[in-house]
Design a binder for this molecule. Sequence first.
Ligand SMILES: NC(=O)c1ccc[n+]([C@@H]2O[C@H](COP(=O)([O-])OP(=O)(O)OC[C@H]3O[C@@H](n4cnc5c(N)ncnc54)[C@H](OP(=O)(O)O)[C@@H]3O)[C@@H](O)[C@H]2O)c1
Length: 339
Amino acid sequence: MGSFNSFTSALGASLVLYASYKFLDTARLYLRPSGLHRYLYTDASGQSSWALVTGSTSGIGKCLAFELAGHGFNIVLHGRNPSKLETVRDELQAIYPNAEVRILVADASQCHRPEAVDFERIREELASLHLTVLINCAGSGASPSFGALETYARDTILDNLHLNAAFSMLLTATLLPVLRGQYKKAPEHVSNGNVAEFSAASRPRRPALIVNIGSVTDDGFPLVSFYSAGKAASHVLHKAMAREAALDGWADDVEIVSHRIGAVTGVSHTQAPPTLLRPEARTIAKAVLARTGCGRKSVVPYWPHALLQLFLGAIPEWMVDGMINTAMRRVRDEEAKKE
Ligand SMILES: NC(=O)c1ccc[n+]([C@@H]2O[C@H](COP(=O)([O-])OP(=O)(O)OC[C@H]3O[C@@H](n4cnc5c(N)ncnc54)[C@H](OP(=O)(O)O)[C@@H]3O)[C@@H](O)[C@H]2O)c1
């Protein structure tokens, strides 16, 4: 009996210690100062840092672009609609007149067609900038928003996968040599699309940051199944790249973090009033940048979303399934009423 009591006391103490460690480790994640300043510096020619934010004509991407400009970065805005991009550029420069702004037009859903998105050209154009930050944010659900997989047309599914997964993969592969300072401009390199040509560093090593804006739906949400799958693919890609960086010894040069985000308002598909669990896009943008340098490959940047994920991770799977299905059924019904 005595040894059983000692065993249960030791087990209880270990559990308390483990829970305290987890709590403090999580608290540290949300209280530590941001490491964003590490990526804001001038290069040898005196050019200050540029950040490319994909999908920056609205919602979270637009807020990220404005936040980064507020921190002193020059900004490359990306989107598919030139006039929308010009409007955002004018808004941004009205608030941050010192920021330089460029525009990159590319329809991410067509990234598999070389005649539609020329990644070589994008690399050439951006290589002349002192690019230190890439934020892969372009993404969206399909239209109509909530439906069973078999109700969507083949092209809708493929376009959505290209937008949410393939574009960020191809863009990141395209720009990694630039971010690592390894890219040699033509005519030094003869391109056949093989990144192995960027073998020797042509510039001194410098720190760079790659951020993926993912979604908690990457766990497999019903009625947004292929969006959910696309977000999962992009999330896994960035985690795999972070491991490649460690494996090949350049993790100190390029920080790669995938952010898992819950519901957000102030975006193109909803302007509903904000709540604790559905914050404004600007709150999420600030949270994403605040987590820079957190030392994790994957993070839920906004702490109330993180608490909800912790809760869902602690309850049985059948309860999680029931909660997700109830929520998604309600969303589908609301959408149906609107139509
Ligand atoms: N809102 C949420 O609740 C939520 C939750 C989790 C994750 N996220 C993720 O956060 C990111 C931003 O979403 P958001 O809610 O801020 O949406 P948003 O307001 O609709 O912004 C999406 C951005 O992506 C651009 N985009 C859409 N399709 C494109 C295409 N084919 N080619 C190029 N750009 C395209 C949009 O350009 P246009 O202005 O031309 O449409 C816009 O700039 C997405 O990756 C989304 O998956 C959002």
